[in-house]
Design a protein around this ligand. Sequence first.
Ligand SMILES: *Cc1c(COP(=O)(O)O)cnc(C)c1O
Length: 451
Amino acid sequence: MKRTKIVLEDKDIPAKWYNIMADMPNLPKPPLHPGTRKPVGPDDLSTIFPMALIEQEVSQERWITIPDEVLDCYALWRPSPLYRAHRLEKALATPARIYYKYEGVSPAGSHKANTSIPQAYYNKQAGVRRIATETGAGQWGAAISLAGVFFGLEITVYMVRVSYNQKPYRRISMETWGATVHPSPSNLTNAGRAILDKDPDSHGSLGIAISEAVEDAATHKDTNYALGSVLNHVVLHQTVIGLELKKQFEIAGDYPDIVIACCGGGSNLGGLSFPFLYDKIHGKELRVIAVEPDSCPTLTKGQFRYDFGDTAGLTPLLMMYTLGHSFVPPGIHAGGLRYHADSPLVSQLTHDGLIEARSYPQTEVFNSAILFAKTEGIIPAPESSHAIKCAIDEAMRCREEGKEKAIVFNLSGHGYLDLAAYADFLDGKIIDSVYPADKINEALRCLPIID
Ligand SMILES: *Cc1c(COP(=O)(O)O)cnc(C)c1O
Protein backbone atom coordinates (compact mmCIF):
# COMPACT_ATOMS: atom_id res chain seq x y z
CA MET A 1 0.00 0.00 0.00
CA LYS A 2 1.22 3.49 -0.83
CA ARG A 3 1.77 5.79 2.09
CA THR A 4 -0.92 8.50 2.00
CA LYS A 5 -1.06 9.94 5.50
CA ILE A 6 1.85 10.84 7.75
CA VAL A 7 0.61 11.27 11.31
CA LEU A 8 2.47 12.16 14.48
CA GLU A 9 1.63 11.37 18.10
CA ASP A 10 0.51 13.75 20.87
CA LYS A 11 4.06 13.83 22.23
CA ASP A 12 5.23 15.23 18.89
CA ILE A 13 3.28 18.48 19.30
CA PRO A 14 6.10 21.05 19.42
CA ALA A 15 6.96 22.20 22.96
CA LYS A 16 8.27 25.55 21.67
CA TRP A 17 7.40 28.05 18.96
CA TYR A 18 10.16 29.07 16.54
CA ASN A 19 10.97 32.79 16.40
CA ILE A 20 12.59 33.66 13.07
CA MET A 21 13.73 37.04 14.41
CA ALA A 22 16.71 35.18 15.90
CA ASP A 23 17.88 34.25 12.38
CA MET A 24 16.70 36.95 9.94
CA PRO A 25 19.45 38.60 7.87
CA ASN A 26 17.68 41.94 8.45
CA LEU A 27 15.24 42.57 11.29
CA PRO A 28 12.02 44.40 10.44
CA LYS A 29 12.02 48.12 11.22
CA PRO A 30 10.25 48.96 14.49
CA PRO A 31 6.55 49.85 14.66
CA LEU A 32 5.93 53.60 15.03
CA HIS A 33 3.41 55.39 17.23
CA PRO A 34 0.53 56.69 15.05
CA GLY A 35 0.71 60.14 16.69
CA THR A 36 4.37 60.84 17.52
CA ARG A 37 5.75 58.59 14.74
CA LYS A 38 8.48 57.48 17.16
CA PRO A 39 9.09 53.76 17.83
CA VAL A 40 6.35 52.39 20.11
CA GLY A 41 7.32 51.15 23.55
CA PRO A 42 5.68 48.32 25.53
CA ASP A 43 3.57 50.89 27.44
CA ASP A 44 1.96 52.17 24.24
CA LEU A 45 0.68 48.69 23.51
CA SER A 46 -0.29 47.66 27.02
CA THR A 47 -3.73 49.31 26.81
CA ILE A 48 -4.83 46.69 24.28
CA PHE A 49 -2.40 43.71 24.61
CA PRO A 50 -1.20 41.64 27.60
CA MET A 51 2.51 42.00 28.43
CA ALA A 52 3.29 38.36 27.60
CA LEU A 53 2.22 38.94 23.97
CA ILE A 54 4.02 42.30 23.78
CA GLU A 55 7.20 40.50 24.89
CA GLN A 56 6.73 37.87 22.19
CA GLU A 57 6.13 40.64 19.65
CA VAL A 58 9.63 42.05 20.18
CA SER A 59 11.51 38.94 21.35
CA GLN A 60 14.64 37.80 19.54
CA GLU A 61 14.87 34.50 21.43
CA ARG A 62 14.90 31.64 18.93
CA TRP A 63 12.64 29.32 20.95
CA ILE A 64 9.62 30.33 23.05
CA THR A 65 8.04 27.74 25.35
CA ILE A 66 4.39 26.88 24.72
CA PRO A 67 2.40 26.87 28.02
CA ASP A 68 0.94 23.51 29.12
CA GLU A 69 -2.63 24.91 29.09
CA VAL A 70 -2.14 25.84 25.42
CA LEU A 71 -0.68 22.41 24.60
CA ASP A 72 -3.74 20.78 26.23
CA CYS A 73 -6.00 22.67 23.81
CA TYR A 74 -3.70 22.06 20.81
CA ALA A 75 -3.98 18.32 21.57
CA LEU A 76 -7.67 18.46 20.53
CA TRP A 77 -6.56 18.55 16.88
CA ARG A 78 -2.76 18.65 16.76
CA PRO A 79 -0.52 17.25 15.42
CA SER A 80 -2.37 17.86 12.16
CA PRO A 81 -1.96 15.29 9.37
CA LEU A 82 0.34 15.55 6.37
CA TYR A 83 -1.01 13.94 3.21
CA ARG A 84 0.71 12.79 0.05
CA ALA A 85 -1.61 13.80 -2.81
CA HIS A 86 -1.23 10.60 -4.87
CA ARG A 87 -4.53 11.05 -6.72
CA LEU A 88 -3.83 14.66 -7.61
CA GLU A 89 -0.33 13.68 -8.84
CA LYS A 90 -1.88 10.99 -11.02
CA ALA A 91 -4.48 13.38 -12.47
CA LEU A 92 -1.67 15.79 -13.36
CA ALA A 93 0.60 13.00 -14.64
CA THR A 94 3.43 14.75 -12.84
CA PRO A 95 6.68 13.24 -11.61
CA ALA A 96 6.50 15.70 -8.67
CA ARG A 97 5.67 14.51 -5.16
CA ILE A 98 2.87 16.72 -3.87
CA TYR A 99 2.15 16.92 -0.13
CA TYR A 100 -0.31 19.01 1.88
CA LYS A 101 -0.50 19.81 5.58
CA TYR A 102 -4.15 19.93 6.62
CA GLU A 103 -5.08 22.65 9.14
CA GLY A 104 -8.83 22.32 8.55
CA VAL A 105 -8.97 19.70 11.32
CA SER A 106 -9.19 22.33 14.10
CA PRO A 107 -12.67 22.80 15.62
CA ALA A 108 -12.74 26.28 14.03
CA GLY A 109 -11.92 24.79 10.60
CA SER A 110 -8.67 26.66 9.94
CA HIS A 111 -5.14 27.32 11.20
CA LYS A 112 -6.34 30.43 13.08
CA ALA A 113 -7.03 28.42 16.26
CA ASN A 114 -3.24 27.91 16.60
CA THR A 115 -3.00 31.55 17.69
CA SER A 116 -6.46 32.24 19.14
CA ILE A 117 -5.80 29.66 21.87
CA PRO A 118 -2.53 31.19 23.17
CA GLN A 119 -3.89 34.74 22.76
CA ALA A 120 -6.92 33.90 24.90
CA TYR A 121 -4.69 32.11 27.42
CA TYR A 122 -2.30 35.06 27.92
CA ASN A 123 -5.17 37.52 28.18
CA LYS A 124 -6.90 35.39 30.81
CA GLN A 125 -3.60 35.16 32.74
CA ALA A 126 -3.39 38.95 32.67
CA GLY A 127 -6.85 39.30 34.25
CA VAL A 128 -8.63 40.52 31.11
CA ARG A 129 -12.42 39.95 31.06
CA ARG A 130 -13.33 40.61 27.42
CA ILE A 131 -11.68 40.61 23.98
CA ALA A 132 -12.82 42.83 21.12
CA THR A 133 -11.76 41.83 17.64
CA GLU A 134 -12.71 42.02 13.97
CA THR A 135 -13.39 39.36 11.40
CA GLY A 136 -13.78 39.35 7.63
CA ALA A 137 -15.33 36.17 6.32
CA GLY A 138 -15.48 34.88 9.90
CA GLN A 139 -12.60 32.41 10.30
CA TRP A 140 -10.74 34.52 12.84
CA GLY A 141 -13.97 35.42 14.66
CA ALA A 142 -14.79 31.73 14.90
CA ALA A 143 -11.29 30.81 16.15
CA ILE A 144 -11.22 33.46 18.90
CA SER A 145 -14.80 32.62 19.93
CA LEU A 146 -13.75 29.00 20.35
CA ALA A 147 -10.74 30.07 22.43
CA GLY A 148 -12.96 32.36 24.52
CA VAL A 149 -15.03 29.36 25.54
CA PHE A 150 -11.96 27.38 26.63
CA PHE A 151 -10.53 30.18 28.78
CA GLY A 152 -13.71 31.88 30.01
CA LEU A 153 -13.37 35.20 28.15
CA GLU A 154 -16.22 37.27 26.73
CA ILE A 155 -15.74 37.84 22.99
CA THR A 156 -17.06 40.79 20.95
CA VAL A 157 -16.61 40.50 17.19
CA TYR A 158 -16.97 43.32 14.64
CA MET A 159 -17.76 41.46 11.44
CA VAL A 160 -17.43 43.10 8.01
CA ARG A 161 -21.06 43.89 7.13
CA VAL A 162 -21.14 42.27 3.69
CA SER A 163 -19.98 38.95 5.21
CA TYR A 164 -22.30 39.33 8.20
CA ASN A 165 -25.21 39.43 5.77
CA GLN A 166 -23.99 37.00 3.12
CA LYS A 167 -22.15 34.39 5.21
CA PRO A 168 -24.32 33.61 8.22
CA TYR A 169 -22.86 30.21 9.13
CA ARG A 170 -19.61 31.35 10.69
CA ARG A 171 -21.52 34.08 12.55
CA ILE A 172 -23.82 31.37 13.90
CA SER A 173 -20.75 29.31 14.93
CA MET A 174 -19.40 32.31 16.84
CA GLU A 175 -22.77 32.86 18.53
CA THR A 176 -22.98 29.15 19.35
CA TRP A 177 -19.67 29.50 21.20
CA GLY A 178 -21.22 32.45 23.06
CA ALA A 179 -19.69 35.47 21.27
CA THR A 180 -21.50 38.73 20.46
CA VAL A 181 -21.22 39.67 16.78
CA HIS A 182 -21.87 43.20 15.40
CA PRO A 183 -21.99 44.07 11.70
CA SER A 184 -19.25 46.63 10.92
CA PRO A 185 -19.37 49.58 10.37
CA SER A 186 -21.57 49.80 13.48
CA ASN A 187 -22.89 52.80 15.37
CA LEU A 188 -21.16 51.56 18.54
CA THR A 189 -17.82 53.32 17.89
CA ASN A 190 -16.60 56.70 16.63
CA ALA A 191 -14.76 54.98 13.80
CA GLY A 192 -17.91 53.13 12.71
CA ARG A 193 -20.16 56.20 12.99
CA ALA A 194 -17.73 58.29 10.90
CA ILE A 195 -17.94 55.79 8.06
CA LEU A 196 -21.73 55.48 8.30
CA ASP A 197 -22.13 59.28 8.19
CA LYS A 198 -20.34 59.33 4.86
CA ASP A 199 -21.83 56.10 3.48
CA PRO A 200 -24.86 54.66 5.33
CA ASP A 201 -24.79 51.60 3.03
CA SER A 202 -21.09 50.85 3.53
CA HIS A 203 -20.28 47.15 3.06
CA GLY A 204 -17.44 47.54 5.52
CA SER A 205 -13.85 46.30 5.24
CA LEU A 206 -11.33 44.59 7.46
CA GLY A 207 -9.55 47.92 8.00
CA ILE A 208 -12.77 49.56 9.27
CA ALA A 209 -13.61 46.62 11.53
CA ILE A 210 -10.09 46.73 13.04
CA SER A 211 -10.57 50.44 13.82
CA GLU A 212 -13.81 49.62 15.63
CA ALA A 213 -12.35 46.73 17.65
CA VAL A 214 -9.20 48.69 18.62
CA GLU A 215 -11.34 51.65 19.72
CA ASP A 216 -13.59 49.34 21.76
CA ALA A 217 -10.55 47.80 23.50
CA ALA A 218 -8.77 51.12 24.08
CA THR A 219 -11.85 52.71 25.67
CA HIS A 220 -12.72 49.82 28.04
CA LYS A 221 -10.32 48.99 30.87
CA ASP A 222 -11.34 45.33 31.21
CA THR A 223 -11.12 44.74 27.44
CA ASN A 224 -8.17 43.86 25.21
CA TYR A 225 -7.81 43.57 21.46
CA ALA A 226 -6.68 40.50 19.50
CA LEU A 227 -5.54 40.21 15.89
CA GLY A 228 -5.73 37.03 13.82
CA SER A 229 -2.75 37.64 11.54
CA VAL A 230 0.02 40.11 10.59
CA LEU A 231 1.68 40.68 14.01
CA ASN A 232 4.91 38.90 14.96
CA HIS A 233 3.41 37.00 17.91
CA VAL A 234 0.60 35.68 15.71
CA VAL A 235 3.00 34.31 13.10
CA LEU A 236 5.16 32.92 15.92
CA HIS A 237 2.23 30.83 17.22
CA GLN A 238 1.61 29.45 13.74
CA THR A 239 5.11 27.94 13.55
CA VAL A 240 3.69 24.77 15.15
CA ILE A 241 2.59 23.97 11.57
CA GLY A 242 6.06 24.04 10.05
CA LEU A 243 7.75 22.41 13.06
CA GLU A 244 5.40 19.42 12.86
CA LEU A 245 5.84 19.33 9.10
CA LYS A 246 9.61 18.99 9.43
CA LYS A 247 9.15 15.89 11.60
CA GLN A 248 6.63 14.49 9.15
CA PHE A 249 9.05 14.91 6.25
CA GLU A 250 11.68 13.07 8.28
CA ILE A 251 9.27 10.16 8.70
CA ALA A 252 8.48 10.27 4.98
CA GLY A 253 12.21 10.31 4.21
CA ASP A 254 11.74 13.38 2.05
CA TYR A 255 12.41 17.14 2.13
CA PRO A 256 10.53 19.87 0.23
CA ASP A 257 12.00 21.70 -2.75
CA ILE A 258 9.05 24.09 -2.81
CA VAL A 259 6.97 25.29 0.19
CA ILE A 260 3.72 27.06 -0.72
CA ALA A 261 0.99 28.90 1.22
CA CYS A 262 -1.67 31.48 0.47
CA CYS A 263 -1.02 34.90 1.95
CA GLY A 264 -3.65 37.20 3.45
CA GLY A 265 -1.83 38.74 6.40
CA GLY A 266 0.93 36.13 6.17
CA SER A 267 0.35 33.97 9.25
CA ASN A 268 -0.21 30.55 7.71
CA LEU A 269 2.59 31.22 5.22
CA GLY A 270 4.97 32.23 8.00
CA GLY A 271 3.86 29.37 10.22
CA LEU A 272 4.43 26.80 7.51
CA SER A 273 7.63 28.19 6.05
CA PHE A 274 9.68 29.84 8.82
CA PRO A 275 11.12 26.57 10.18
CA PHE A 276 12.21 25.79 6.60
CA LEU A 277 13.52 29.33 6.06
CA TYR A 278 15.80 28.59 9.02
CA ASP A 279 17.36 25.88 6.83
CA LYS A 280 17.44 28.18 3.80
CA ILE A 281 19.16 30.96 5.75
CA HIS A 282 21.72 28.31 6.81
CA GLY A 283 22.47 27.26 3.24
CA LYS A 284 19.83 24.70 2.28
CA GLU A 285 18.27 25.10 -1.15
CA LEU A 286 14.50 25.47 -1.27
CA ARG A 287 11.88 27.92 -2.51
CA VAL A 288 9.07 29.48 -0.48
CA ILE A 289 6.15 30.89 -2.47
CA ALA A 290 3.42 33.23 -1.13
CA VAL A 291 0.21 33.19 -3.16
CA GLU A 292 -2.30 36.03 -3.22
CA PRO A 293 -5.39 36.99 -5.25
CA ASP A 294 -5.02 39.25 -8.33
CA SER A 295 -7.57 41.59 -6.77
CA CYS A 296 -5.59 42.20 -3.55
CA PRO A 297 -1.96 41.83 -4.67
CA THR A 298 -0.11 43.20 -1.65
CA LEU A 299 3.26 41.44 -2.06
CA THR A 300 3.30 41.49 -5.86
CA LYS A 301 2.03 45.04 -6.49
CA GLY A 302 2.18 46.85 -3.14
CA GLN A 303 4.93 49.09 -1.79
CA PHE A 304 7.32 48.24 1.08
CA ARG A 305 6.50 51.24 3.29
CA TYR A 306 5.25 52.26 6.71
CA ASP A 307 1.44 52.15 6.85
CA PHE A 308 -1.39 51.86 9.34
CA GLY A 309 -2.98 48.48 10.03
CA ASP A 310 -6.50 49.93 9.98
CA THR A 311 -8.58 52.43 8.03
CA ALA A 312 -8.91 55.11 10.71
CA GLY A 313 -5.16 55.23 11.47
CA LEU A 314 -5.45 54.19 15.13
CA THR A 315 -2.90 51.35 15.03
CA PRO A 316 0.87 51.73 15.10
CA LEU A 317 2.55 52.21 11.72
CA LEU A 318 4.13 48.99 10.51
CA MET A 319 6.86 48.58 7.88
CA MET A 320 5.22 46.22 5.41
CA TYR A 321 4.09 45.63 1.85
CA THR A 322 0.85 47.58 1.53
CA LEU A 323 -1.71 48.72 -1.01
CA GLY A 324 -2.64 51.62 1.28
CA HIS A 325 -4.82 51.50 4.40
CA SER A 326 -7.74 53.15 2.57
CA PHE A 327 -7.81 50.45 -0.14
CA VAL A 328 -10.98 48.34 -0.07
CA PRO A 329 -10.45 45.30 -2.32
CA PRO A 330 -13.19 43.91 -4.57
CA GLY A 331 -15.55 41.43 -2.89
CA ILE A 332 -13.86 38.18 -3.89
CA HIS A 333 -14.78 34.88 -2.26
CA ALA A 334 -11.46 34.37 -0.50
CA GLY A 335 -12.43 36.83 2.25
CA GLY A 336 -9.36 35.94 4.32
CA LEU A 337 -7.07 37.29 1.59
CA ARG A 338 -8.61 40.78 1.42
CA TYR A 339 -6.30 42.62 3.83
CA HIS A 340 -4.51 45.72 2.47
CA ALA A 341 -1.07 44.76 3.83
CA ASP A 342 1.11 41.90 5.12
CA SER A 343 3.00 40.76 8.18
CA PRO A 344 6.18 42.83 8.71
CA LEU A 345 8.17 39.57 9.08
CA VAL A 346 6.86 38.14 5.80
CA SER A 347 7.33 41.55 4.14
CA GLN A 348 10.96 41.88 5.24
CA LEU A 349 11.78 38.31 4.19
CA THR A 350 10.12 38.91 0.80
CA HIS A 351 12.02 42.17 0.42
CA ASP A 352 15.25 40.26 1.17
CA GLY A 353 14.50 37.64 -1.50
CA LEU A 354 13.86 34.70 0.85
CA ILE A 355 10.17 34.45 -0.09
CA GLU A 356 8.77 34.72 -3.64
CA ALA A 357 5.26 35.99 -4.33
CA ARG A 358 2.74 35.50 -7.12
CA SER A 359 -0.95 36.18 -7.69
CA TYR A 360 -3.82 34.42 -9.49
CA PRO A 361 -7.36 35.34 -10.64
CA GLN A 362 -10.17 33.67 -8.70
CA THR A 363 -11.64 31.60 -11.56
CA GLU A 364 -8.32 29.74 -12.00
CA VAL A 365 -8.20 29.28 -8.25
CA PHE A 366 -11.70 27.76 -8.17
CA ASN A 367 -10.83 25.40 -11.05
CA SER A 368 -7.91 24.13 -9.00
CA ALA A 369 -10.14 23.78 -5.94
CA ILE A 370 -12.57 21.62 -7.93
CA LEU A 371 -9.75 19.41 -9.26
CA PHE A 372 -8.44 19.02 -5.70
CA ALA A 373 -11.90 18.12 -4.36
CA LYS A 374 -12.36 15.57 -7.14
CA THR A 375 -9.00 13.93 -6.53
CA GLU A 376 -8.24 14.31 -2.82
CA GLY A 377 -11.84 14.57 -1.58
CA ILE A 378 -11.56 17.53 0.79
CA ILE A 379 -13.41 20.67 -0.31
CA PRO A 380 -10.82 23.38 0.34
CA ALA A 381 -11.32 26.92 1.67
CA PRO A 382 -11.21 29.48 -1.18
CA GLU A 383 -8.16 31.04 0.52
CA SER A 384 -6.24 27.75 0.65
CA SER A 385 -7.17 27.08 -2.98
CA HIS A 386 -4.70 29.79 -4.00
CA ALA A 387 -1.92 27.57 -2.63
CA ILE A 388 -3.40 24.56 -4.45
CA LYS A 389 -3.36 26.47 -7.75
CA CYS A 390 0.31 27.32 -7.28
CA ALA A 391 1.21 23.73 -6.30
CA ILE A 392 -0.54 22.47 -9.45
CA ASP A 393 1.34 24.99 -11.62
CA GLU A 394 4.67 23.94 -10.11
CA ALA A 395 3.81 20.25 -10.54
CA MET A 396 2.94 20.88 -14.20
CA ARG A 397 6.27 22.61 -14.65
CA CYS A 398 7.96 19.51 -13.19
CA ARG A 399 6.16 17.47 -15.84
CA GLU A 400 7.38 19.73 -18.64
CA GLU A 401 10.94 19.72 -17.31
CA GLY A 402 10.90 16.05 -16.29
CA LYS A 403 11.90 16.92 -12.72
CA GLU A 404 10.93 14.99 -9.58
CA LYS A 405 10.55 17.75 -7.03
CA ALA A 406 8.85 17.56 -3.65
CA ILE A 407 6.17 20.22 -3.31
CA VAL A 408 4.26 20.94 -0.10
CA PHE A 409 1.43 23.39 0.45
CA ASN A 410 -0.64 24.37 3.43
CA LEU A 411 -4.31 23.47 3.25
CA SER A 412 -5.09 26.24 5.73
CA GLY A 413 -8.78 25.45 6.09
CA HIS A 414 -11.76 23.51 4.79
CA GLY A 415 -14.45 25.05 2.63
CA TYR A 416 -17.59 23.50 4.10
CA LEU A 417 -18.85 26.88 5.29
CA ASP A 418 -17.96 28.42 1.91
CA LEU A 419 -20.28 26.29 -0.17
CA ALA A 420 -22.26 29.37 -1.32
CA ALA A 421 -19.08 30.42 -3.15
CA TYR A 422 -18.85 26.97 -4.75
CA ALA A 423 -22.54 27.26 -5.73
CA ASP A 424 -21.76 30.57 -7.47
CA PHE A 425 -18.79 29.04 -9.23
CA LEU A 426 -20.71 25.97 -10.40
CA ASP A 427 -23.49 28.30 -11.64
CA GLY A 428 -20.93 30.26 -13.67
CA LYS A 429 -21.47 33.38 -11.58
CA ILE A 430 -17.86 33.87 -10.50
CA ILE A 431 -15.96 36.28 -12.67
CA ASP A 432 -12.48 37.76 -12.47
CA SER A 433 -12.72 41.33 -11.27
CA VAL A 434 -10.49 43.70 -13.19
CA TYR A 435 -7.29 44.65 -11.36
CA PRO A 436 -8.33 47.78 -9.43
CA ALA A 437 -5.32 49.85 -10.51
CA ASP A 438 -6.97 53.27 -10.02
CA LYS A 439 -8.18 52.48 -6.51
CA ILE A 440 -4.78 51.08 -5.52
CA ASN A 441 -2.93 54.10 -6.89
CA GLU A 442 -5.29 56.41 -5.03
CA ALA A 443 -4.78 54.49 -1.76
CA LEU A 444 -1.00 54.45 -2.26
CA ARG A 445 -1.06 58.25 -2.64
CA CYS A 446 -2.66 58.44 0.84
CA LEU A 447 0.18 56.54 2.54
CA PRO A 448 1.71 58.37 5.51
CA ILE A 449 5.05 60.01 4.72
CA ILE A 450 7.72 58.92 7.18
CA ASP A 451 11.07 60.66 6.97
C1 LIG B 1 -7.54 33.83 7.44
C2 LIG B 1 -7.22 32.75 6.53
C3 LIG B 1 -6.16 32.85 5.61
C4 LIG B 1 -5.32 34.08 5.45
O1 LIG B 1 -4.66 34.52 6.59
P1 LIG B 1 -3.08 34.41 6.78
O2 LIG B 1 -2.80 35.22 7.98
O3 LIG B 1 -2.43 34.96 5.55
O4 LIG B 1 -2.77 32.98 6.98
C5 LIG B 1 -5.89 31.76 4.81
N1 LIG B 1 -6.62 30.63 4.87
C6 LIG B 1 -7.66 30.51 5.72
C7 LIG B 1 -8.45 29.24 5.72
C8 LIG B 1 -7.99 31.55 6.58
O5 LIG B 1 -9.00 31.43 7.43
